[in-house]
Write a protein that binds this ligand. Sequence first.
Ligand code: AMP
Length: 421
Amino acid sequence: MSYKAPRGTHDVLPSEAPTWQFVEHTFQSLVELYGYGEIRTPVFEESDLFIRSSGDTSDIVTKQMYRFQDQSERDLCLKPEGTAPAIRAYLEHNLGTISEVSRLWYATPIFRYERPQKGRYRQAHQVGLELIGSTSSQADAEVIEITLALYRRLGIERLNLKINSIGRAATRAAYREAILAHAQCYLADLDDEAQARALKNPLRLLDSKDPKAIEAMASAPSILDFLESESRQRFDELQSILARRGLAAEVDSSIVRGLDYYTDTVFEVSSPDLGAQSALCGGGRYDNLIQEMGGPSTPSVGVAMGIERAIMAIEATAQPKPTSHITVFVANISEDLFPLAEKIALDLRAKGISAQFDLDNRKFKNQIKLADKLGADFTAVVGETEAAAGEVTLKDMQAREQSTVPQHQLAEVIGAKLAKR
Ligand code: AMP
């Protein structure tokens, strides 16, 4: 019997891991500049957390949850997104009492029963931010700015930032009626279930993937014409902050986002190099979510960025891929010098330099082949003469030079050579 990773999941192999680490480390060092602290939440949560927060008409809740009962018949699910768990933890641990504004970041797998295709998985991975406790448009701008800065640091230059405002309850209620009136003909052709879903949340029609819905909604009224003055003002303010910071944004009133919890600002960044699954990230303001989850009214804004999509976009650029390799391979010319090679490698590791030797103590020729395969920067060779003199022959594979180095100075010499590169 041969096993495969479950449909819609994928392994990250050692050859691919450096790019993942590059994305994760770049994200972490960027958000630390802004004072974000990491939050790690469980892989599974109570199902109700997502039903309440994402909305019971969202695709995530109606079709995509990995939902199960444990032995005690608790209704649980693998987390389909990162915001609701982060907010649950924020409330559970009273983080709001520590400081008025909280800045949280996370890196997490998400689980959605999607139709798998290139760039769309059932277990995908996201890094995200939640900026909790500020009503200011500066907060929206901060989250958007970090998002764009991340992609730029990753070498992804071709980006489209689209922003929209979906206003507050009154706007949504008025717009709902307008959308339903506009979509009447299209709705008449739908089956009962799809009709009921559309009636429950007509905004979803705007980001429906159904070609007929896309056609019907192309001429739909714009939600921007329904904004109350406060939302209008907030949206204008956001645009002027982005302009001041030189961040190009396109206003696109078809961006509504799939989750119920958004208010006012919503945004997406996409890449023209990604094909069908072009969304790199999505986010927005969610001023009512914390209250709906039982906390005090707390304005917040956040973003979730797909790691797989970022990697696809990195791969679409011509930049060299990060690779992992070892620094030193220690080779022994004769079989009986194996313990010495082993000792030298262990000493190097203890001094913080990555080193390997041939576990199988094979012929010298094979050891050198292995060093090559591992992409070692240096090979340290021990033969009888070197062993007797307490030295090694150090070959710099890049510079194609060699020198004789006392064994006890090997780490320092290598360190100095690396520092010069
Ligand atoms: P969302 O939580 O749906 O707003 O998604 C935010 C970002 O996560 C998207 O823009 C994608 O980059 C990524 N993403 C979401 N779902 C998936 C998935 N099933 N497979 C791969 N990436 C995903």
